[in-house]
Design a protein around this ligand. Structure first.
Ligand code: AMP
Length: 271
């Protein structure tokens, strides 16, 4: 993959990378479609990265669907799929990790302590292997997006990071590979998530700027379901991921993570 990418670059081609963990859906496809408009060649990586899963998380049961993924990639005009083995990415003597110290520590970083270390490490490796001019990430994983933008800045990586908007199913639940874990009735409960974010947006549209009121409203809506356990509800700056107290429109995100019984879901909205 690295030789191919180097050859593409030396022949003047612009490369776009869309990193994924596979089990591709329309959210991923929307990022691929953006990538197609930004470069001559689109590479999709498919790698369920063990380094970003905690010991009691869903690495083993994470859905894998390579044939369907390749079909989706073909249909969207992807030029290369990079699907390495775990052993190729992390040989037995592997010993380097990227540990961002600030914006990866809050939000999901609290309940998933090594998650972003795994994410930053795999993205750095993927960037070095696929040599992209541009990499596309989803706004749905807002903390991951901010982390990767900061890593590119701090390490002077020669690529641009672009964000794709969150793709939602018709019922407004953010499309996610993990939605497969939900039974129909759990899915109905999960719909309180976009509902809560929508309510927050309406408060801001009505002129509310105090973050406490907004987070209280989100929490109130989420707890309409007895099956939802809130992990966090926070309003943060979109670049630094630090909590804020007063809303500035266009800069701040309302972010949530919840358990719907055994399924962990995240979502966010730009206020
Ligand atoms: P994943 O395969 O879940 O690790 O996601 C790979 C990339 O797709 C990440 O940049 C995600 O933010 C992005 N992504 C996942 N779900 C969505 C969605 N519903 N809309 C837009 N991007 C998404």
């Amino acid at each position: 993959m690295q030789s191919t990418a180097i050859a593409l670059r030396s022949s003047g081609r612009l490369i776009a990378l869309v990193p994924t963990m596979g089990c591709l859906h329309e959210g991923h496809a929307s990022l691929i479609d953006i990538a197609k408009t930004k470069a001559d060649k689109v590479i999709v990586s498919i790698f369920v990265n063990p380094a970003q899963f905690g010991p009691n998380e869903d690495f083993d049961k994470y859905p894998r669907a390579l044939e369907a993924d390749l079909e989706l990639c073909r249909a969207h005009g992807v030029d290369y799929v990079f699907n390495p083995s775990a052993e190729a990415m992390y040989p037995a003597d592997y010993s380097n990790f990227v540990d961002e110290k600030v914006l990866s520590k809050g939000l999901c970083g609290v309940s998933r302590p090594n998650h972003f270390r795994g994410v930053a490490t795999i993205c750095l490796k993927l960037f070095n292997i696929t040599r992209p001019d541009v990499a596309i990430f989803g706004q749905k994983d807002a903390q991951q997006l901010a982390l990767i933008k900061k890593m590119v800045l701090d390490f002077n990586l020669p690529l641009e990071v672009l964000a794709g908007p969150t793709f939602r199913d018709p019922d407004l639940l953010a499309t996610s590979s993990r939605n497969q874990y939900l039974s129909p009735s759990q899915r109905a409960d999960a719909l309180w998530i976009p509902q809560a974010l929508q309510q927050a947006q309406e408060l801001v549209d009505a002129g509310v700027r105090q973050v406490d009121r907004i987070t209280a409203e989100i929490t109130h809506v989420l707890t309409q379901s007895r099956r939802i356990r809130v992990i966090y509800v926070q309003v943060v700056d979109r670049d630094t991921m630090q909590p804020v107290r007063e809303i500035i429109r266009g800069r701040h995100l309302a972010t949530v993570a919840v358990w719907v019984e055994d399924t962990r879901l995240i979502d966010n909205i730009e206020l």
